[in-house]
Design a binder for this molecule. Structure first.
Ligand SMILES: O=C(CO)[C@H](O)[C@H](O)COP(=O)(O)O
Ligand SMILES: [Fe+2]
Length: 221
């Protein structure tokens, strides 16, 4: 298990996205793109046309986190325009199995996202349908929020399940991940770390990525 660092461009300068991505391209693994529709979450960011453009300007693959009301309608299109991974939320999807299969059929990795207050148990049987499980460590909608430690037992349970079933599913944490909190996430079993404010709020985003990776790996990721 090697730690993977996914900077979130939610905290980047939206008018200079390609340049902001280039800043971290030598050090990060993927780029995390937060798609918000102002319905599933009370915030609006960007959508398909921006992702389609950014794919062409990014040296790293894009991990699209869809915080939208109708992922069944939209998710496969993100894969079709070149996203490397597309995550839908369990709370929003009406036909998650069909949608996850459609994402994979369009050539992307399929992710399932779960909010802090949503239990893992109803979705355990979907682990065989996904390439990544996203456990939100803040309520989705905004960057720069405080990390919710109460999610860590769920991270531990998810890691145990993935291990006991011998699955190659990546376990992602997203929200409030920083140099102060990443060790706790790694100890609990996460191996993919999204960080927005901790990377793009830093004076040197590339150095911030290196620090996060060092801390995660020192804690066992
Ligand atoms: O999905 C998200 C918010 O809904 C973001 O990816 C997440 O919050 C990253 O930002 P930060 O690291 O600043 O918390
Ligand atoms: Fe996100």
């Amino acid at each position: 298990m090697a730690a993977k660092i996914f900077p979130s461009i939610l905290s980047a300068d939206f008018a200079r996205l390609a340049e902001e991505v280039a800043l971290i391209s030598d050090d990060a693994d993927w780029v995390h793109v937060d798609v918000m529709d102002n319905h599933f979450v009370p915030n609006l960011t960007l959508g398909l046309p921006v992702v389609e453009s950014l794919v062409k300007h990014s040296a790293l693959p894009l991990d699209c986190h869809l915080m939208i009301e109708d992922p069944d309608r939209w998710a496969p299109a993100y894969a079709e325009v070149g996203a490397g991974s597309v995550t839908i939320h369990a709370e929003a999807a009406k036909a998650p199995i069909r949608t996850l299969r459609a994402i994979r059929a369009a050539g992307a990795r399929a992710g399932l996202g779960i909010n802090p207050a949503t239990p893992l148990e109803p979705y355990e049987e979907l682990l065989g349908e996904i390439d990544m499980l996203l456990l939100m460590t803040v309520e989705p909608g905004f960057g720069g929020q405080k990390f919710l430690d109460l999610v860590l037992p769920k991270v531990r349970r998810a890691r145990q399940l993935i291990k006991s079933r011998d699955l190659a599913v990546w376990l992602q944490v997203d929200g409030g991940v920083s140099a102060e909190t990443i060790e706790r996430c790694a100890e609990a079993g996460a191996d993919v770390f999204v960080a927005g404010n901790a990377v793009y709020g830093a004076d040197d985003p590339a150095e911030a990525v290196r620090l996060l990776r060092a801390k995660a790996e020192a804690a066992g990721a």
